[in-house]
Design a protein around this ligand. Structure first.
Ligand code: GAP
Length: 464
């Protein structure tokens, strides 16, 4: 068996569409740019990654607890957090073709090695001129001046236009972990250090989204705030960086294609004293996958001042009263889906009775695959018997049931969607041995096992 190619974006996008992982949003109306809908297999994959993350970072640790807060928050939250003033990107428009670009991306894509985070709009304009940068869409050089654009999505509360209140869709999960700090502290009996974790949708009015689900207007995020005493920040930072690397491997993202990059001072978000990104080598270059930031006590301090609620902590052992600092590991869930797919996609040459063939296989970690196994009756006559096998497994596993096409075609289809095991019911199952053939996705080896032992077999083999 030889691996022949790596995934290109075209192959991933096409497989996602053909097999029902991810569809273009609002497709029957011509779509809505940079929105995507997760189909029957995509929703299973995304949910499995999310559940695995929750187990890994929340349920399997005594000092991290969960939260599921409202997406809509009092707009004062976003003023206190600095997002209304600081959560900005600079944009330029092409006067010829009207394409809109993020100024930093335009320059960084055109000039190798350059980093322009933190530069003023005037400096960005100068760099575009000096480097003779052309519009990637039409090839002309006729841009508007760069201007600042806030990424928060605005909307209104109220049924009528007059007298409505403008509010924001949340741009990050973090703020509700800060505003609920006291509630969680008072009810969970946790002591510092402890963390509050959340998974949910965030919204950003990105100027130039793109590259499939990599950068979208709405996306799923998984993150936690880990509250500490200031003097512990460096060792806490290092600890969570190592745990994040373990998670990368755990979920099936190829660690060989990741690297850690520290933000320069100019690049740091307004709340951060130190940030590192875990980047992934995508077909469109090294890109941010996850982030780890030391937010100091910026957020709890600002919310204390602006809300008038004291968000300090009294250490029960030392009686020291202080505003806790926070280290924040953050994980794009949508980006995890993409990097998991890019890592798992494999094309390999296999020998068959008819000679050599190429098979496409998603080598997903077995416990995040959309289906744990597929039950396949060899012929339609065996459907009832196969159904009994499916019934015996359905309470513990998500099992596909596939009756269409030759058995070879069904194996290939299950390989393409990453199903770890195919369970074939044949005439011997009914007439002779009450056993089935179970085929391993990666090795393609087959073994015969008793139906009564199937559930235990899957339990043992699906663990990672
Ligand atoms: N609370 C910190 C925070 O939100 P961020 O680096 O702005 O930090 C966190 O975003 C993660 O969210 C990123 O590491 C990335 O995985 C993901 N992300 C950010 N913007 C995104 C977008 N427009 N589309 C998809 N994922 C995005």
């Amino acid at each position: 068996m030889t691996k022949t190619t790596d995934a290109t974006m075209e192959k991933i996008v096409s497989l996602c569409k053909q097999r029902g992982f991810i569809f273009p949003g609002s497709e029957i109306y011509g779509g809505l740019a940079n929105t995507w809908d997760y189909g029957p297999l995509g929703v299973e994959l995304k949910n499995n990654i999310q559940q695995e993350w929750w187990k890994f970072f929340v349920q399997q640790r005594q000092n991290i607890v969960g939260l599921d807060a409202a997406i809509l928050m009092n707009p004062k939250v976003w003023e206190a957090s600095g997002h209304v003033a600081e959560f900005n990107d600079a944009q330029v428009d092409c006067k010829e073709c009207k394409a809109r670009h993020r100024a930093d991306h335009l320059i960084e894509d055109a000039v190798e090695g350059i980093k322009v985070e933190g530069l003023s709009t005037a400096d960005l304009d100068k760099l575009i001129q000096e480097n003779n940068i052309k519009c990637p869409n039409c090839g002309k050089q006729n841009f508007t001046n760069a201007r600042v654009f806030n990424l928060l999505f605005r909307t209104q509360i109220g049924a009528v236009e007059e007298g409505t209140d403008e509010i924001y869709l949340r741009g990050e999960l973090a703020q509700s972990m800060f505003t609920n700090f006291k509630n969680v502290l008072n009810t969970s009996r946790k002591k510092i250090p402890f963390g509050i974790a959340q998974v949910g949708k965030c919204f950003r009015n990105e100027i130039t989204p793109g590259n499939f689900i990599f950068r979208t207007l709405e996306f799923d995020l998984m993150e936690f705030e880990y509250f500490i005493h200031e003097k512990e920040w460096e060792e806490t930072f290092e600890f969570w960086l190592e745990e994040m690397k373990k998670w990368v491997e755990h979920v099936g993202i190829d660690p060989e294609r990741t690297r850690v990059r520290e933000h320069t001072q100019d690049e740091l978000s307004h709340y951060s004293k130190k940030t590192v990104d875990i980047e992934f080598n995508t077909p469109f270059g090294w890109k941010e996958l996850y982030g780890l930031a030391y937010r100091t006590n910026f957020d709890l301090k600002n919310h204390t001042e602006k809300s008038g609620t004291d968000l300090s902590y009294m250490d029960p052992y030392t009686n020291e009263k202080y505003i806790p600092h926070a280290v924040e590991p953050t994980f794009g869930l949508s980006r995890s889906v993409l990097m998991v797919l890019l890592s798992a996609y494999t094309e390999e040459t296999v020998k068959t009775d008819k000679g050599e063939e190429t098979r496409t296989v998603l080598k997903l970690k077995k416990n995040i695959a959309p289906f744990s196994a597929a039950v396949l009756p060899l012929v339609n006559k065996l459907t009832d018997e196969a159904n009994k096998v499916w019934e015996s497994l359905k309470d513990d596993f998500n099992i596909d049931f596939d009756t269409t096409g030759s058995i070879g075609k069904r194996y290939r289809r299950q390989d393409e969607i990453g199903t770890p095991y195919c369970i074939t019911i044949d005439f011997d199952t009914v007439e002779k041995d009450k056993s089935v053939t179970i085929r391993d996705r990666d090795t393609m080896e087959q073994e015969r096992i008793k139906i009564e032992n199937l559930a235990q077999y899957l339990k043992d083999h699906l663990k990672i």
